[in-house]
Design a protein around this ligand. Structure first.
Ligand code: NAD
Length: 495
């Protein structure tokens, strides 16, 4: 390995762009990477723009034919080795991800790194099952093929860079595309390690490129590049609009996985103990989870009882350094995010909200914010309508099913919904009425990689997961072959 490197929590991390199989400083411009744990600088990474993006897209384009031509099984072997090496470097990846984005060390060690590896393994195997379907017609047989699209631009946010990057890398690479990954500027380091691991396991030069940089420069240049064939973007609705506009200019297919303000509906016949524990789990990752069920909607008849159970379930949610055992809520990512979260809560309190829990910054100072639940809020309040992306839930009650559905569907988002009920018929009825890409019934955050994932309304465009990922990352081609049109076949058919 060559190029600039830094020691981050004793892990040696490359800090340049990774283009055409080489670490490059680019223009020499850098950006500071702060740890949310103590706001100290971890390192500086290269800050790219249009030139670095153009070089990366060129490298990806040059590498495309050979990678696309490999049999899926051969690509799968490389991706399996990639996954295996991710597991071998679990401690390093966990340490870096925690220092970089403030997620719990234990969660990274126990779940997230394995999930990142699994993302690659799952899609490498799933690619082997892509068959050439044949639709028989009266004149032709239609041979429907998944063919790699070309160069894929992958853009991820800071709340789960390792997980979300591999969720895109897996299907993009398994399908035979080459990629340019633009990591989140507030937490770019685990993506840098992924690029290093890709090189270690022999992913050919130019197949996996990485360009660091600010979204408005590097990200915008990437999604606006005319030689990009697919854009898979995860981030906010606001940025999603810009990405969609850039994609539209080149008619580039874009998958947009955007923000959420998901409802968490609790009926009077639910397992309240379990539902209360699941409410508390919405504070995982300091609430910086797109899928979080942040709007608690409770049947009025059980509201008092349920409130007591929720407050009890939240007691273990200790705020603190995400490396410490027993801590359940780490810091927010950045001073700007703290300002955002504090602003939302302060305005809600001014408007008459009543805190059932928290309601202010933690006494620890820094970027730590208390788990917060706000009652006495109205449906059209900003705090109910807008994604906060922090440890802040709202609390509303309803009298009947229709009202629950109306409140649940009453925002511009539609990423997910959580519902707790003891009656299957009701759960299925309500699930069918909720506007959401995913509805979890009596559970939360269970993600099977074969299942479709994405958002309704402004929470996104398109679905990824299982075959949907391949439908997105591939050109689906129909080869329509006329019956009995090859030499010898007509005679054979005639008998
Ligand atoms: P963001 O939209 O600010 O940034 C996301 C990524 O886009 C970053 O890498 C950023 O550099 C890049 N970017 C910014 N401007 C760009 C531009 N003009 N062109 C191209 N790229 C650009 O989002 P964030 O603050 O990093 O992340 C939080 C948001 O992500 C929340 O809204 C959250 O709900 C959402 N999110 C959604 C999902 C999902 O699966 N639906 C998952 C995680 C997070």
């Amino acid at each position: 390995m060559t190029g600039q490197r830094a020691s981050v929590g004793s892990v040696d991390v490359p800090t340049g762009h990774f283009i055409g199989g080489e670490w490059r400083p680019g223009s020499g411009e850098t950006m500071s990477v702060l740890s949310p744990i103590d706001q100290q600088e971890l390192t500086q990474v290269a800050a790219g723009g249009p030139d670095e993006v153009a070089a990366a897209v060129r490298a990806a384009r040059a590498a495309f034919p050979a990678w696309a031509e490999l049999e899926p099984i051969a690509r799968g072997q490389v991706l399996d080795a990639f996954a295996q090496r991710i597991r071998e470097r679990k401690q390093e990846l966990s340490t870096v991800e925690t220092l970089d984005n403030g997620s719990l060390l234990i969660a990274n060690q126990k779940r997230i790194v394995d999930r990142a590896a699994h993302n690659l393994e799952f899609f490498s195997r799933r690619a082997l099952e892509l068959s050439s379907d044949v639709i028989e017609g009266s004149v032709v047989d239609n041979h429907v093929r998944h063919e790699p699209a070309g160069v894929a631009a992958l853009i991820t946010p800071w709340n789960a860079p390792l997980m979300l990057s591999t969720w895109k890398l897996g299907p993009a690479l398994a399908a035979g595309n080459t990629v340019v990954l633009k990591p989140p500027e507030w937490a770019p380091l685990s993506c840098a390690l992924l690029a290093e691991i890709a090189a270690e396991v022999g992913i050919p030069r130019g197949v996996f490129n990485l360009v660091h940089g600010e979204g408005a420069r590097a990200g915008q240049a990437l999604v606006g590049h005319p030689d990009v064939d697919r854009i898979s973007f995860t981030g906010s609705v606001e940025t999603g609009r810009r990405v969609g506009a850039a994609a539209a200019a080149n008619v580039t297919p874009a998958s947009l996985e955007l923000g959420g303000k998901s409802a968490f509906v609790v009926f009077e016949d639910a397992d309240l103990e379990q539902a209360a524990k699941t409410v508390a789990a919405q504070f995982n990752n300091a609430g910086q989870v797109c899928l979080a069920g942040t709007r608690i909607l409770v049947h009025a008849s059980i509201a008092r009882d349920f409130q007591a159970r929720v407050l009890e379930a939240c007691k273990p949610f200790k705020v603190g350094d995400p490396r410490e055992r027993g801590v359940r809520v780490g810091p927010l990512i950045h001073p700007r995010q703290l300002e955002r979260v504090s602003g939302f809560v302060a305005r809600a309190l001014d408007a008459g909200a009543h805190p059932l829990l928290g309601g202010s910054e933690s006494e620890l100072g820094g970027l730590y914010y208390q788990p917060t639940i706000l009652a006495n809020v109205k449906q059209d309040d900003e705090i109910v309508q807008q994604e906060v992306f922090g440890p802040v839930l709202t609390w509303q009650t309803f009298e009947h099913e229709d009202e629950a559905c109306e409140l649940a569907n009453g925002t511009t988002y539609g990423l997910a919904a959580v519902l707790y009920s003891g009656e299957r018929a009701r759960a299925e009825r309500v699930a069918s009425r909720l506007v959401a890409g995913t509805v979890w019934v009596n559970c939360f955050f269970v993600r099977d990689l074969e299942a479709p994932f994405g958002g309704a309304r402004q929470s996104g465009v398109g679905r990824e997961g299982g075959l949907h990922s391949f439908d997105f990352f591939c050109d689906i081609k129909n080869v329509a072959i006329k019956h009995d049109s090859f030499t010898g076949e007509a005679e054979a058919a005639d008998g």
